[in-house]
Write a protein that binds this ligand. Structure first.
Ligand SMILES: C[S@@+](CC[C@H](N)C(=O)[O-])C[C@H]1O[C@@H](n2cnc3c(N)ncnc32)[C@H](O)[C@@H]1O
Length: 359
């Protein structure tokens, strides 16, 4: 006996719903003769009639009824499966280069903690503001900015349920009570126009292929006169001592891989034009340089080793797979990055913090 295909199940299900081949063809965007052909094909394969024609209507035979009953269940399950796949796709965000591992969670937390003073000494907004944090990840920045603004309320969103779960746990562990979390896409925010007093975003635009569209959507949900804060890095600002061609090659490899995924690891320098072209006014950009030497052991550990080098190590497999570096260059580059964290080594990296107002 020949096999029944999904297209046959869809056809039978549709005929059951609309009663005639003509209406089924219209519903499925096919010609009537194509549908008749599919029907005949199935009857031939199964060697049994599926319908009787009664007064121009198609009436199921017992075999037809059996197929219709099964098709309902199969199509429902397929529909559910498609929904599940969409959810998985959204959760994993293929384009997010750093992934969602426990190591990455630790790295984001180390990054936020080690440079919190440099980035957040001025992350204080008007009291009683409603603040949207876009792309909160595991809540590494949320944990810092929410307590700095105890009289304001935060709505922190991310596309990853996994990260949101970790963020919620972290906020609860720290007894922070002015944050609610929501799964949402920056490009399609589930909020009405002019809803928030302030929007905050940190280390997210660098991963997006359409950063300006994201910023425009963030602008939509801001109240007139509302303000926005964007913080992004720029790998072009990385330099260190002792200098190393292999280490520089690894930084460049990260830039290349991120570009291949549609992102931009050098986006810090573009924050002003992005905000300007998105129609914001009163734009100010403040470069925040992290400079590390032996006299700053916390930054040696928290920034050079646990943030920057950890980030580069995190892309090792992909860099090798994509042949942007070879194994020798990779090992030597990582060793040289660690060398900058040892006696006499120094390291510089610049973040950019931009603020602007919705006219
Ligand atoms: C590098 S993490 C930064 C997280 C956090 N802001 C921090 O600084 O620790 C980037 C985050 O952006 C999220 N993201 C990427 N694209 C997104 C989108 N379209 N909508 C919402 N979140 C998105 C990712 O899921 C990830 O959690």
């Amino acid at each position: 006996m020949g096999s029944i295909e999904i297209k046959h199940l869809k056809l039978i299900d549709t005929i059951d719903q609309v009663g005639t081949l003509k209406r089924a063809a219209k519903k499925l965007y096919l010609t009537q003769s194509a549908l008749s052909h599919q029907l005949r094909e199935l009857e031939t394969r199964l060697e049994i009639r599926i319908f009787h024609r009664v007064n121009n209507q198609l009436v199921f035979t017992p075999a037809g009824k059996a197929i219709r009953e099964a098709s309902e269940e199969v199509l429902e399950r397929m529909h559910a499966l498609e929904g599940t796949i969409q959810e998985i796709k959204k959760d994993d965000i293929r384009d997010y280069i750093h992934g969602y591992s426990d190591e990455e969670t630790a790295r984001l937390n180390d990054q936020a903690k080690s440079i919190s003073q440099i980035l957040h000494w001025d992350s204080k907004w008007d009291k009683e503001s409603l603040i949207l944090e876009a792309g909160c990840g595991v809540g590494a920045q949320t944990r810092i900015i929410a307590p700095l603004n105890p009289e304001s309320s935060f709505v922190s969103i991310d596309l990853s349920s996994k990260s949101l779960k970790k963020a919620k746990e972290s906020i609860e562990e720290n007894n922070i009570e002015n944050v609610t979390f929501k799964k949402a896409d920056i490009f399609q925010l589930p909020f009405k126009d002019a809803h928030f007093d302030h929007v905050f975003l940190c280390f997210v635009l660098e991963h997006l292929s359409r950063p300006m569209d994201a910023v425009k959507e963030l602008k939509r949900v801001l109240k007139p006169e509302g303000t926005i804060t964007l913080i992004e890095g720029d790998h072009g600002s990385t330099y260190f001592h002792p200098d190393s061609e292999n280490a520089k090659k690894l930084v460049e490899a990260q830039v290349t891989l991120q570009r291949k995924k549609g992102g931009n690891a050098n986006i810090g320098r573009e924050l002003y034009p992005i905000l300007y072209d998105s129609g914001f006014c009163d734009i100010t950009v403040s470069p925040r340089q992290v400079y590390v030497d032996d006299s700053k052991p916390e930054l040696v550990e928290g920034f050079i080793k646990n943030t920057f080098t950890a980030m580069i190590k995190g892309i090792s497999e992909e860099a090798l797979a994509q042949k942007v570096v070879d194994k020798n260059e990779l090992d030597a580059g990582i060793q040289d990055l660690y060398r900058t964290a040892e006696g006499g080594g120094t390291f510089c990296y610049t973040f950019f913090k931009a603020k602007a107002k919705k006219a």
